[in-house]
Design a protein around this ligand. Structure first.
Ligand code: TUI
Length: 312
């Protein structure tokens, strides 16, 4: 499955792993890259030294290219941006903001910069400031979400920019990959599906909750605060949405989500924690290794695309 993206990044398959906060650490990133995709370390809210350490540990496990996701709302974003440059990561993806001010620094180190965007406007702006590709992420995704769905966003972004577009949000199998390519994407980014892999270090309860989830089990909290976040529904989302509907203050709401992601990922508290997940969770049924997953994704997508004329 060679595309413009595989050539740009020097990878075998056009599959990027999402830079999931607290979830995307070095074991997962290395396994995805080793299997021919692009593994990503999610810097989330972590300090710069943690990120440096993760980059070095990934390098011990793979000599293939991998990336770092810089979460731009992090209090450490500035230092993390610097560390990524110093360590010469092959690729940077960014989320939850506009990475313009770091672009020159990264480009000067020959780092491929791939901002995650949720609108045509930001995609165009990113192309103008030198992005090598963009991830167009629809609101089916887990975590921080925009307004538009993947189906609507991807073709509009593909028409608006000439750099390769990577589709994200709601992609969990080979059908999703084939569909994304038909929408004009040159690759996909997948998060939720990679949570349920052998190499992913999240607590077993988290994986089980994703496996048990049905199609309508995600909720978006924080629409009123300007930080909409998609997670699997549980006690926390129930309380949050009740409070939010009553017009609770930002402080009250933030109290519920404080440290909530770590609680779910590390302690396995999937009742009161924040179990970030995309709408595709209902499709995820079994755990496998990253290599098994990626091989089966590619095989399925390839065979669908080969037979695309037999649509009847
Ligand atoms: O960033 C993500 N997904 C994330 S970040 C995250 S960490 C977090 N934890 C708790 C609360 C909030 C965040 C979890 N999931 N996806 C990429 C993405 N970026 N989706 C939407 C955006 C986005 C939104 C607004 C990008 C830019 C933007 O505006 C930029 C501007 O200045 O116009």
């Amino acid at each position: 499955m060679r595309t413009e993206l595989t050539g740009l990044l020097g990878i075998k398959y056009p599959i990027i792993q999402g830079g999931m906060a607290w979830v995307a650490e070095y074991h997962l990133a290395a396994a995805v890259s080793q299997a021919g995709g692009l593994g990503i370390i999610g810097a989330a809210n972590a300090p710069a030294q943690w990120v440096r350490d993760q980059i070095r540990k990934t390098r011990e496990l793979t000599d293939k290219p991998f990336g770092v996701n810089v979460m731009l709302m992090s209090p450490y974003a500035e230092e993390v941006a610097q560390v990524v440059a110093e360590e010469n990561a092959a690729v940077v993806t960014t989320g939850a903001g506009n990475p313009e001010k770091y672009m020159e620094l990264w480009k000067s180190r020959n780092i491929k910069v791939i901002p995650v965007v949720a609108s045509v406007a930001l995609a165009k702006r990113m192309e103008r400031s030198g992005a090598d590709a963009v991830v167009a992420e629809g609101c089916e995704s887990g975590g921080h979400v925009g307004e538009s769905t993947t189906m609507a966003l991807v073709p509009q972004v593909a028409d608006a920019v000439s750099v390769p577009v990577i589709a994200a949000g709601g992609i969990g199998d080979g059908r999703g990959i084939a569909a994304a390519l038909m929408l004009g994407a040159k690759g996909v980014q997948m998060g939720t599906r990679f949570v349920v892999t052998k190499e992913c270090q999240v607590h077993e309860n988290y994986k089980e909750k994703v496996i048990k989830a049905k199609d309508i089990d995600t909720r978006v909290t924080g629409r009123s605060t300007g930080h909409p976040v998609r997670t699997l529904r549980n006690e926390m989302t129930k309380k949050y949405l009740e409070l939010e509907n009553k017009g609770a203050s930002l402080e009250e709401l933030e109290y519920l989500t404080l440290g909530a992601l770590r609680k779910a990922v590390q302690e396995g508290d999937v009742k009161n924690g924040s179990v970030m997940s995309g709408q595709i969770a209902g499709l995820v049924k079994e755990e496998m290794t990253c290599q098994e997953l990626i091989e089966s994704l590619v095989k399925e997508a390839d065979s669908l695309l080969m037979g695309a004329k037999n649509y009847a």
